[in-house]
Design a protein around this ligand. Sequence first.
Ligand SMILES: Nc1ncnc2c1ncn2[C@@H]1O[C@H](COP(=O)(O)OP(=O)(O)O)[C@@H](O)[C@H]1O
Ligand SMILES: [Mg+2]
Length: 247
Amino acid sequence: MITLKGVEKSFGKQQVLQGVDLKIPTGKLTTIIGPSGEGKSVLLKHMIGLLKPDRGEVWVDDIDISQLKDRALNDVRKRFAMLFQSAALFDSMNVFDNVAFPLREKGLALESDIPRVVEGMLERVGLVGAGHKNPSELSGGMKKRVGLARALVMGPEIILFDEPTTGLDPLMAKTIHDLIRSMHRVFGFTAVMVSHQIPEIFGISDWVAMLKHGKIIAMAPSKEFQKIEDPAVREFISVNEENIVQV
Ligand SMILES: Nc1ncnc2c1ncn2[C@@H]1O[C@H](COP(=O)(O)OP(=O)(O)O)[C@@H](O)[C@H]1O
Ligand SMILES: [Mg+2]
């Protein structure tokens, strides 16, 4: 369980997080929505210790990671994988080596086991036989699949997805969301996703939370979230649904 208590974060004079209280349920897929520039990426970075709060606490199970340094923080981070907006693949490596990279770097598998593990993961994400391709030969959707395979191969307990469908057309975005959902079912990791793909996220998320003006203003199971009457929530949902129609 990841728990944020009263998390505040400023950059210069700009206070981005203004007291975030949030509990991420273990083993569920929780999606964080909210207007652009409100601090959703900043929030994810606090969960994995890439940023430290000015005030407040960030708990991963029974550890307040906002107090940890270097080695202790690294140990907690090993339990996480993070998928950024761009899949951030290594352009100089083919697909196979990209997926194998964390296993080799962290010594998580014997070299003789790596082909089986990597090929198996490529198959799960729908990339059978694509191991020899270079990132420059891949479509946007395929890059996202490789990024997902590279995150999954480490067997993380927690995966943070920062707008995993950015830059994809609506159909491909849906495919990638469905893939994340099905991988979540198979592997049972705790997932935290930032996305503005409404209404799709309601179909794949267990919980939805909304960040606005530096705070979590609503959080509920997906079905109930859609019925929330709060005007800020309603406005955000309807504006984003209109955007989808326009695409
Ligand atoms: N490392 C940083 N240094 C200074 N400002 C930052 C940094 N990271 C984020 N910000 C600012 O914090 C605000 C929230 O950013 P972000 O979390 O990326 O928003 P979003 O909700 O779109 O993900 C933005 O105004 C951004 O410019
Ligand atoms: Mg962001």
